[in-house]
Design a protein around this ligand. Structure first.
Ligand SMILES: Cc1cc2nc3c(=O)[nH]c(=O)nc-3n(C[C@H](O)[C@H](O)[C@H](O)COP(=O)(O)O)c2cc1C
Length: 184
């Protein structure tokens, strides 16, 4: 892959909030995206993550309900997605945990975010669309999916085929606002 193609992949990955409900997603394609997440880098190679593919329609809809709030108008779209991927933060290994304490950094949280974006980018390369969700009823999700109470559910990712092929222009800060050379 050349640099232009890769940048194009980053540009076309966008949060999709309207899915084609007539199209199912092949499990092999999801597993291909899981592979991208599996090989993601992590502090001390701790790989502090577990992924749950929720594709059983009734369960998936119950899970989608736990991501939405009618009152706040949050995540109203999630039921349309045929698959939801739940990303659970797992305990890191000893070196990562020691590093966390000594350096006052939440490495596993960073690791989970990297794995999530690798999943989303591979999904984009497969013609799928995603939306990372950080807003959901975490306790409800734990109960629904039998996730142990001491685990954090960090993200849920909607996965499906987009209802429209439009690619939005990215709204981002200008490079001059986020970049400096040599000094802050
Ligand atoms: C950690 C995280 C949490 C997010 N939570 C939500 C969410 O709950 N609902 C939602 O619609 N989008 C959510 N998003 C998507 C962002 O709104 C989106 O990535 C951002 O606006 C940039 O747009 P783009 O992804 O289309 O480039 C989340 C993204 C991240 C990285």
């Amino acid at each position: 892959m050349n640099p232009t193609e890769l940048l194009e992949l980053f540009r076309t990955r966008q949060s999709v909030r309207a899915y084609d409900t007539t199209k199912i997603v092949d499990n092999e394609t999801i597993l291909n995206c899981i592979e991208a997440a599996r090989i993601a880098p992590s502090a001390c190679n701790a790989q502090p993550w577990k992924f749950i593919i929720v594709n059983q329609p009734e369960l998936k809809n119950k899970l989608a309900d736990l991501t939405s709030s009618k009152v706040l108008g949050m995540n109203y779209f999630t039921k349309q997605a045929p698959v939801l991927l739940v990303v659970v933060r797992e305990k890191a290994n000893f070196s990562s945990m020691v590093g966390q304490v000594l350096k006052d950094k939440e490495y596993p949280l960073i690791d989970v975010g990297i794995a999530a974006i690798q999943f989303c980018l591979q999904a984009t390369a497969n013609g799928l669309s995603t939306c990372i969700l950080g807003w959901f009823n975490e306790k409800g999700v734990r109960n629904l999916l039998a996730i142990p109470r001491n685990k954090r559910v960090e993200l849920i990712i909607t996965v499906g085929y987009a209802a429209s092929s439009d690619i939005r222009k990215k709204i981002r800060k200008d490079t001059s606002e986020i970049l400096s050379y040599n000094m802050y």
